[in-house]
Design a protein around this ligand. Structure first.
Ligand SMILES: [Zn+2]
Length: 460
């Protein structure tokens, strides 16, 4: 793939590449056009509205009135409590499925999700399992999860991306989204910033994959054009979203939506999620909260992005070659590795699944040796590619702070040493090759963590 020949794709081009979503109305007053969307894309004459108490106030009531004025029946509404904050738990999907199936109009019912990421993920999954196309009315630019063909839900104690059909259409009213609480916009900004390290991890994976690493596909030029070409401009132009600035909100929502369209196109989350999301998944499994309030996905990902940026900078620090391997280093056997992973997740409901995944990604010495050799041989070129994409740690921290994101682990309830040490478990949980994997396979992993720990800059 020659990056220099790629150009950024417009929103319309991205929707054309996505094969499930047909339209994203993104503008002030988009709510008023919901009746038009319903008649254009949905054959049904009955809808149900799902919201929570906060999003009901923000947009749900108006959505209901607009739909009824347009002559469509609202067969039922379910409003989740506003407090405590709604969890993306599969149990709510079971409830919603029963609720929807009990309404008049089913099975021709159109579910309408009015809310931020969690309401949307719950409705997306329930609608998919009932085979109902649905309409999404986002009330915040809080996450990249509105548009992908998957929902991030807690099932069997483990946050998983369950395959689901994406919304058939979205009515994203930027006046509504601009009034969302600041922490939701900064969460969305953090999720968008994570695409920087998702990109560098994909560059690393592409190299390793060419020499046999599992789950390490080559970069896809269409996806890369969708997400990566304009990423830095889009981040700069979204910084004021947290202040409710209309243009910034528009850019932030559009950029997040496009990453979802890239997932629809690619049929997986590789283009939008690298090692930074693995840090976040570990904290999600622990139900990370701050003063009793769950930390948002975007804020966990923000600290994960800082941590992975620190890791990547440390790994690629030396222009002459990869970090030196400690004398006497020996890669563990498969049995030793299995025992290590098993200990790390002892007592977790996700234990068995993680042990299985870590065995799948375990490479024997021969294969790992070939990949190490390839990294050494092409170090200069690979390092240049990664560093050209990676935003230096200090600049990243400054940008995130400007956008109102947390930039210290303590700000999301984590001790610094604990946040750094999370890298060990992040490297175990998923079969998705990235910089933490090559460092581990080379034997450089612990040395990098020690350097991060000693650093005067990283995660301080
Ligand atoms: Zn994310």
């Amino acid at each position: 793939m020659n990056e220099n020949t790629l150009t950024a794709l417009s929103l319309d081009d991205c929707i054309n590449q996505a094969d499930e979503t047909k339209e994203l109305l993104l503008k002030p007053g988009a709510l008023d056009e919901i009746p038009g969307l319903l008649s254009k894309f949905f054959a049904s004459r009955a809808v149900c509205v799902i919201a929570d108490e906060n999003t009901m106030k923000a947009a749900g009531k108006r959505v209901k009135d607009i739909i009824e004025d347009g002559g469509t029946k609202v067969a039922g509404m379910h409003i989740f409590p506003g407090e405590p904050r709604l969890h993306a738990d599969y149990g709510h999907v079971r409830f919603l499925k029963n609720f929807m199936a009990s309404l008049g109009g089913y099975p021709e019912l159109v579910p309408i999700a009015v809310g931020s990421g969690t309401v949307n993920d719950l409705v997306k999954c329930a609608a998919y399992e009932l085979r109902l196309p649905y309409l999404c009315v986002p009330t915040a630019a809080s996450v990249d999860g509105f548009t992908p063909n998957g929902a991030a839900l807690l099932l069997d104690g483990f946050k998983q991306t369950l395959p689901c059909t994406a919304p058939l259409a979205l009515a994203a009213d930027t006046e509504v989204i601009a009034r969302a609480p600041a922490f939701l916009s900064s969460s969305g900004f953090g999720d968008l910033a994570s695409k920087i390290t998702a990109g560098t991890d994909w560059i690393v994976a592409e190299k390793a994959g060419a020499f046999g690493a599992p789950e390490a596909p080559a970069r896809d030029p269409v996806c890369w054009s969708m997400i990566q070409i304009n990423l830095m401009d889009n981040l700069q132009n979204s910084v004021n979203a947290v202040q409710g600035d209309g243009d910034a909100i528009n850019t932030l929502f559009k950029s997040l939506a496009i990453t979802g369209f890239a997932m629809q196109y690619m049929k997986n989350s590789r283009p939008v999620s690298g090692g930074e999301h693995l840090f976040s998944h570990v904290w999600e499994m622990e139900d990370l909260s701050m003063n009793g309030v769950p930390v948002t996905h975007g804020h966990k990902v923000t600290i994960g992005t800082l941590a992975l940026t620190a890791f990547t900078e440390t790994f690629f620090a030396d222009p002459s070659g990869p970090p030196a391997i400690p004398k006497g280093f020996k890669r563990p056997s498969l049995e030793e590795r299995e025992a290590e992973v098993s200990r790390a997740f002892d007592g977790s409901p996700a234990h068995d699944g993680i042990v299985k995944k870590s065995k799948e990604k375990f490479m024997d010495d021969k294969k790992a040796g070939i990949i190490n050799e390839a990294f050494r041989d092409s170090w200069k070129d690979l390092r240049a590619k990664v560093l050209a994409k990676l935003l230096p740690y200090k600049e990243l921290k400054e940008l995130l702070a400007k956008a109102g994101c947390p930039v210290l682990p303590e700000a999301i309830g984590l001790a610094r040493g604990y946040a750094i040490a999370t890298a060990r478990r992040a490297q175990m949980i998923r079969n998705r090759y990235g910089v933490i994997d090559i460092a581990w396979d080379m034997g450089a992993f612990e040395g990098i963590l020690a350097k991060m720990e000693k650093s005067e800059i990283y995660l301080r």
